[in-house]
Design a protein. Structure first.
Length: 527
């Protein structure tokens, strides 16, 4: 694509910019390659135009920016750079432009987009696994990873920025990928990251309180999700209607929608399979699909159901889909069991980081826990503060023991966040409050609410020790909530290595977990 073609795509009536080729596009001046278009967008602290000189020196052939960015460059006498392409909202223009620069790769792929507060990752893995079992060459883009066939890359965010997204889709096409399953966040929809992609099937799992630091209220949050179910973004939809937001979306979507739920009004109704334990039947228009339910919890039944219906909606035959859904993938950090010795407590790591997800995870584990259910829970800093007490309350309503810990405090004081979570848990009124590092794991016998202030590794070790020191340790369950698959902990703007699964494994092995290295001086809390 030439610079002249880029200008025309942006509807700019600028003088001719010539036939110089644009090879790619990026938002990050540090990643500019010769021939790239550099998109200088306003940032939270500095405008991207401040880095335009560096981008030009690295080989950028032009700069796309807004009027504020152009003003910044006009006030820099040293700026003698690439042509400026100035539009009112460069972010809004970027998706379609990136798609064009990379050759419209999404049009050569079957695209599935999944949105919702909870369940996106699990549904994406189930859907991708089903497609792969059908013999489809698949790609995956989501919270945990980007996968191109067998090549796996860690993800920086749930949905990549538009230039990165279309570049990834281009690589998928070159690699022989036939279908891509993508998690689509509300942030991505508001920020136009998926513009230029029209999904063959869009999926809605649910909506509950989260990200109100960004959206401010639930109506705005809903409207962001709802934009996926318009002709601009998708051809067909699959919507879970077991919640009020899903029922509303099914009525307001402007594309054809298949609904999934447990009520008679759903197009695809979920019912237990009375002849085969551990399976459910989804009865739809002139078809029935029987799928296994290997993952715990009613929410995972719904995740599997919407994944199966999405594949059927995309045109695959029901018998083939039914066979394909027998393959259950391991979803990193989603109800993931960390195994110890046969006599050890069951230890589970889950990404639950909303009140509803905390409740759902604990409700799923409660029926199969003969002894104590011990929850380790925290909340992230610089995020929706309104959900912190609700998360603590949800944990206390289900768990025998609640250990309040640090999640990703980011720039906030960890103690303040824990206090808010702890207040919610204490409001339930059935746990004895224990604060400080001197709490023993064996006593007291009654339910406890613990805030040690000793850090996440120590809190996980305490929870495992608490279960082990009860009679019949393998009757008890320890669940670590909030971080799931994450391999780092953001403290004061620095991401330190930390993996809940490794911390649990160390606690089960009776060894110290030193995520920052054995010489870091960080010692676990010995219960």
């Amino acid at each position: 694509m030439s610079l002249d073609q880029v200008a025309r795509a942006l509807q700019l009536s600028a003088p001719s910019l010539g036939e110089k080729r644009v090879a790619g596009v990026t938002l990050d001046s540090r990643t500019v390659q010769p021939g790239d278009l550099y998109a200088a967008l306003p940032g939270s602290t500095r405008h991207g135009a401040s880095f335009a000189t560096a981008a030009y020196q690295a080989g950028a052939v032009a700069v796309l920016t807004d009027r504020a960015g152009a003003a910044i460059l006009a006030n820099q006498p040293q700026w003698r750079g690439a042509p400026l392409l100035v539009v009112p909202d460069p972010r809004a223009a970027l998706g379609a432009l990136a798609a064009a620069i990379y050759g419209e790769p999404s049009t050569r792929l079957q695209c599935f987009g999944i949105t919702g507060t909870n369940g996106k990752t699990t549904t994406a893995y189930l859907l991708e696994s089903g497609l792969r079992a059908l013999g489809v060459a698949t790609g995956l883009i989501g919270t945990v990873e980007t996968r191109i066939g067998e090549v796996r890359l860690p993800s920086a965010r749930t949905t990549p920025e538009a230039p990165d997204l279309h570049a990834i889709l281009g690589v998928m096409c070159e690699s022989g990928i036939e279908a891509v399953v993508m998690e689509v966040s509300s942030h991505a929809l508001v920020q136009h990251r998926v513009d230029g992609v029209i999904y063959d099937v869009a999926v809605f799992t649910n909506l509950s309180q989260d990200h109100l630091d960004f959206h401010h209220d639930m109506e705005s949050y809903y409207q962001a999700k709802a934009t996926l179910f318009t002709p601009t973004h998708a051809r067909r939809g699959v919507v879970c209607i077991d919640g009020s937001w899903g029922r509303r979306l099914a009525g307001e979507a402007t594309i054809p929608v298949a609904t999934v739920g447990t009520s008679a009004e759903a197009h695809w109704r979920i019912e237990p399979d009375r002849e085969m334990d551990g399976s459910v039947i989804i009865t739809g228009p002139a078809a029935r699909v029987c799928i296994p339910t290997h993952l715990p919890g009613t929410f995972n039944i719904m995740n599997a159901a919407v994944a199966a219906v999405a594949i059927v909606t995309a045109g695959y035959a029901v018998p083939a889909v039914e066979a394909a859904m027998r393959h259950t993938p391991v979803v990193p950090g989603r109800m993931e069991v960390v195994k110890g010795e046969p006599g050890d407590p069951r230890c589970v790591v889950d990404f639950a980081h909303t009140p509803e997800a905390v409740s759902a995870a604990l409700a799923a584990l409660r029926p199969t826990t003969l002894g104590r259910l011990i929850a380790v829970v925290g909340a992230g800093g610089d995020r929706d503060r309104g959900k912190r007490e609700l998360m603590g309350r949800a944990a206390a309503e289900w768990a025998d023991d609640v250990v309040v810990t640090d999640d990703n405090p980011r720039s906030e004081d960890p103690a303040t966040i824990r206090e808010q979570v702890r207040a919610g848990a204490a409001s339930v009124g059935r746990h004895r409050l224990l604060i400080g590092p001197s709490v023993g794991a064996a006593e007291p016998a009654e339910p406890v609410l613990v805030d040690s202030g000793q850090g996440r590794a120590a809190d996980i070790a305490w929870a495992v020790a608490r279960a082990r020191q009860q009679r019949a340790a393998n009757d008890h369950t320890v669940v670590i909530l909030g971080k799931g698959h994450e391999t780092g902990q953001d403290i004061a703007g620095v991401t330190f290595p930390f993996d809940d699964r490794m911390a649990v494994a160390a606690a089960l092995a009776g060894t110290s977990y030193h995520p920052w290295g054995p010489m870091s001086g960080v010692e676990p809390w010995s219960p």
